[in-house]
Design a protein around this ligand. Structure first.
Ligand code: AMP
Length: 287
């Protein structure tokens, strides 16, 4: 595995791969590092489906708000490199901040409407930061297929819209959320949970599963399903729920009745750590 630390070197390596391996497929997995099995599932999918696997590791400051956890975001480059090597990635791209953002960087990608809801409402500018860095990485790498995790459900929808609107060549593949045995969605931030919070955290997924079974049992009223989920989660005051909403999967519009595919998404603080998760409801199995 080749560890590359500059845009220039990355461009040269990709050009070389393209000329020496014509017609072969480049797979790309963007990450902020501190890799866990969720990230590794994306890398494995890329390894299976593509000929050259590029992983990026960059904690992107522009997607963090001024009071958010950019400084304390967990980092461990050595371990991440080892894991990428074990997964047979071809290139690990670790650019320095100054290479990704010059001192005079002035351009932002903004995906309208979709970013007003859910996380976008509580993290102003977050998705601008995400879309901007992902587009920059797409431009540098020009991947055939890029891999993202369903855990960041709104991010997937926003990036798919950006790719469509801006005629990007890459195919975007969304991989299922990888969970701990107790159901907690894997996240680099989980390491910041104190032991009591860690033990409580799986309740988030439990309320989502409960919402899904209500739907399977025939409940179609969004209010009933969402209120019940929120009630259970807030019955433990350790959870400070930011949002718990059901929105249409295609454009994140609000719904009163589940009459089309939807996402139930939740964000909650637990012991000072912000956790997100979601579940998708498509159709009732027995209908
Ligand atoms: P991050 O390093 O948090 O920016 O995540 C990098 C990529 O890994 C994103 O596409 C995430 O959606 C994905 N990812 C993070 N956690 C998980 C998970 N538990 N399961 C699947 N994919 C994940």
């Amino acid at each position: 595995m080749n560890i590359i630390r500059s845009k220039q070197e990355l461009r040269v390596a990709i050009e070389k791969f393209r000329t020496t391996h014509p017609g072969q497929v480049i797979g790309f997995v963007p990450t902020m590092g501190y890799l866990h099995s969720g990230h590794l599932s994306l890398i494995r999918a890329a390894r299976q489906e593509t000929d050259c696997v590029i992983v990026s590791l960059f904690v992107n400051p522009t997607q963090f708000g001024p009071t958010e956890d950019f400084q304390t975001y967990p980092r461990n480059e050595e371990r991440d490199s080892r894991l990428c090597r074990q997964e047979n990635a071809d290139i690990l791209f670790i650019p320095p901040l100054s290479d990704m953002y010059s001192a005079t960087h002035s351009t932002t990608v903004h995906v309208k409407n979709l970013t007003r809801h859910l996380c976008g409402k509580f993290r102003p500018g977050h998705f601008d930061g995400v879309a901007t860095i992902v587009l920059k990485l797409f431009n540098l790498i020009d991947p055939d297929i890029s891999y993202f995790g369903q855990k960041d459900g709104q991010q997937c929808i926003v990036l798919q819209k950006m790719a469509k609107d801006l005629d990007l060549r890459t195919q975007i593949k969304i991989m299922p959320t990888v969970r701990e045995p107790d159901g907690l969605a894997m996240s680099s931030r989980n390491v910041n949970l104190d032991p009591v919070s860690r033990q409580k955290a799986p309740l988030i997924y439990k309320v989502l599963l409960n919402a899904a079974s209500q739907f399977q049992a025939g409940e179609l009223k969004v209010k009933t399903i969402v209120n019940e989920a929120r009630r259970i989660l807030e019955s433990d005051p350790a959870f400070k729920v930011q949002y718990l909403e059901c929105r249409s999967l295609d454009n994140l519009s609000a719904m009163t009745t589940i009459n089309r595919p939807c996402i139930i998404a939740v964000a909650a603080f637990l012991g000072g750590v912000r956790l997100i998760d979601n579940i998708i409801l498509k159709s009732r199995d027995h209908v």
